[in-house]
Design a binder for this molecule. Structure first.
Ligand code: ATP
Length: 458
C-alpha cells in the first residue's frame, strides 16, 4: 500500500503521541514540531541505532558533542556568511515568499538567476498569480546575541550544520584519542536554518537534528572511502527495514554542488505526495574545511604521517543524515492500513493500522495487558512489567477489550503483547502475541526474559 500524501502520518503522529505542532495552544509556530512520548522514543531509537552503527561498532570512528553556539569566525571560514543563501522572491500582491529555484524547477526550467534571465521566465506567484520581485539572496542562518549587548560585536549564529563543531575540534580529537588517518568523528545534534519555504511536516523545518560523521583521509584514499560510506549508509536504512523500492541514490550535478563539495550523492526516500527527496547525503568536501579553518584561525590543522614522513591537510568524506527526516521516513515506511484482520465477523473493524517498525526502533517493545483491573491479576501483571522494564521499554494497558488493546499496540508498532489472564494465576504462564504474525504462544512467566532476549537479540 502506498500513501498518496502525508496526511495519514500527520494524523497518526498527533493521535498517538508521536509528533505535535510546536506551541499549538498559541496557534502553533510555523514548521517547528515537538516529539511526544512515543515520538521521543522512536527518534531516540533512530539516533541510538545510528550511533551504534557509526561509533560503537567501528574502531575508526569516535564521537563528539560540540556546542551549538560557536565563535562567529567559524562561519566566515566555512563560507556560510557569504554563501549560505537561497534565492528569494516576494509576491508584490499577497506578500508571500518563495524560493525562486523551486518555482523554476516546478516549471521544468533549470534555475538561472541572472536578472535578465529571471525576467524572461514570466514566473508569477503560484498562490495569487501576482507579480514577483527580483531575486535576492537570503542568508539562512539564525542570528542571535551573546551577552548583554545587542550590537554587532556580540552577534553570533545558531549553527546551520553540526559538522563545523567537528572541524574546529579536529586536533583535539586526533591528539587526545591518538587517532591515525583515516578516522572519523561522529556527532548528533540540533541545527537551525531559516528556511524560506519550510513544510511537508517534519521534512523541512527550521530547527532539526543532524547525524553527521566526518571521515578524515589522505586524498589518495578518496575513491575507496567514498564508495565504502555510500554503501554503508544505504545499507543502514535497509538493515532497519526500509523498503528497497523506496530508496535511491542521486548524484548532484556540478551546478548544484555546495560551495565546499567536489562530489555529492543523496540517498533519497520516496516521501508520499513529494516523490523522491533527500534523506541523507554523502559528500566529498576536499580539504576545503580544514584549509579554511587553518587560514582563519591561524592554527595549523595539517596532519603528519610519521610512517610516510608526509604532512598534509586531510580531506573529508562526510555522511550527513537528518534525524527528523529519517524518523519520518521510518514512520511512513512502517505504516500499513489493512482490512480487519482480527475480531469475529460481527465485530470486524473497517480498517486496522499497523506500524511494522523494526524491533530496535519501536517506541514500546512489550505491552503488558492484564485481563482484569483488579487484584490478583493486577499484582501479577505489575510484577511481570517490573521484571522486564529494566531491559525493555514497556507499557501497561488495562482499559478496553483485549482486541482493542492489541489494535492500539499494533498502531504504535509494539512488537509483542503479553496478556495476563486468570489461568496465569494457576499455570504461571502468559500469552505472548506477535504484532506481525498475530501468532500467540503460552510462555512460562519465569522464562519471559530469556524468551524476549532471543526475540530481540537474535
Ligand atoms: P535540502 O536540499 O533538502 O534543503 P540540504 O542539501 O540543504 O537539504 P544538507 O545540508 O546536506 O541538506 O543537510 C544534511 C541533512 O540534514 C539532509 O540530508 C537532511 O536529512 C537534513 N536537513 C537539512 N535541512 C533540513 C531541514 N530544513 N529540516 C529537516 N532536515 C533537514
Amino acid at each position: 500500500m502506498s500513501l498518496e500524501n502525508l496526511e495519514p502520518i500527520v494524523s497518526l503522529a498527533k493521535r498517538r503521541g508521536f509528533i505535535f505542532q510546536s506551541s499549538e495552544i498559541y496557534g502553533g509556530l510555523s514548521s517547528c514540531y515537538d516529539y511526544g512520548p512515543l515520538g521521543v522514543e522512536l527518534k531516540n531509537n533512530v539516533k541510538r541505532a545510528w550511533w551504534k552503527a557509526m561509533v560503537q561498532e567501528r574502531n575508526d570512528v569516535v564521537g563528539l558533542d560540540a556546542a551549538i553556539l560557536m565563535h562567529p569566525k567559524t562561519w566566515e571560514a566555512s563560507g556560510h556568511i557569504a554563501g549560505f543563501t537561497d534565492p528569494l522572491v516576494d509576491c508584490k500582491d499577497c506578500k508571500k515568499r518563495w524560493r525562486a529555484d523551486h518555482l523554476l524547477e516546478a516549471k521544468g526550467i533549470k534555475p538561472d538567476f541572472r536578472p535578465c534571465e529571471w525576467d524572461k521566465h514570466n514566473v508569477v506567484c503560484p498562490d495569487c498569480g501576482g507579480d514577483l520581485t527580483d531575486v535576492r539572496k537570503f542568508n539562512l542562518m539564525f542570528k542571535t546575541f551573546m551577552g548583554a549587548l545587542e550590537d554587532n560585536t556580540s552577534q553570533i549564529y545558531l549553527r546551520p550544520e553540526t559538522c563545523q563543531g567537528i572541524y574546529v575540534n579536529f586536533l583535539n580529537v586526533q591528539q587526545s584519542m591518538r587517532k591515525k588517518i583515516p578516522f572519523g568523528v561522529a556527532q548528533i545534534g540540533k541545527a537551525f536554518r531559516n528556511e524560506i519555504t519550510p513544510g511537508n511536516f517534519t521534512f523541512r523545518t527550521r530547527e532539526f537534528e543532524q547525524m553527521e560523521q566526518q571521515y578524515f583521509i589522505h586524498p589518495d584514499q578518496k575513491k575507496e572511502v567514498f564508495e565504502m560510506w555510500k554503501k554503508a549508509r544505504m545499507q543502514w536504512y535497509l538493515d532497519f527495514g526500509m523498503k528497497k523500492e523506496n530508496l535511491q541514490f542521486r548524484q548532484h550535478k556540478s551546478d548544484e554542488l555546495a560551495h565546499y563539495a567536489a562530489e555529492a550523492w543523496d540517498i533519497e526516500y520516496n516521501y508520499p505526495g513529494m516523490g523522491f527527496k533527500e534523506l541523507a547525503g554523502i559528500h566529498d568536501r576536499g580539504n576545503w574545511d580544514l584549509s579554511r579553518h587553518s587560514e582563519y584561525s591561524g592554527q595549523d590543522l595539517s596532519y603528519f604521517d610519521q610512517e610516510k614522513n608526509e604532512k598534509f591537510i586531510p580531506h573529508i568524506v562526510e555522511t550527513s543524515d537528518g534525524a527528523d527526516r529519517a524518523t519520518l521516513a521510518f514512520l511512513i515506511d512502517a505504516y500499513e492500513e489493512i482490512d480487519a484482520r482480527s475480531g469475529s465477523d460481527d465485530a470486524k473493524h473497517e480498517k486496522e493500522y499497523v506500524l511494522r517498525l523494526h524491533k530496535d526502533l519501536a517506541p514500546i517493545k512489550i505491552a503488558i495487558l492484564p485481563l482484569s483491573k483488579k487484584e490478583p491479576l493486577q499484582n501479577l501483571s505489575n510484577e511481570i512489567q517490573n521484571s522486564l522494564r529494566g531491559t525493555w521499554m514497556t507499557q501497561h494497558d488495562e482499559t478496553g477489550s483485549i482486541g482493542k488493546r492489541y489494535r492500539r499496540q499494533d498502531e504504535i508498532g509494539t512488537p509483542y503483547c503479553v496478556t495476563v489472564d486468570f489461568d496465569s494465576l494457576e499455570d504461571k504462564k502468559v500469552t505472548v502475541r506477535d504484532r506481525d504474525t498475530m501468532e500467540q504462544e503460552r510462555v512460562d512467566i519465569g522464562e519471559l526474559k530469556d524468551y524476549f532476549n532471543s526475540k530481540f537479540y537474535n
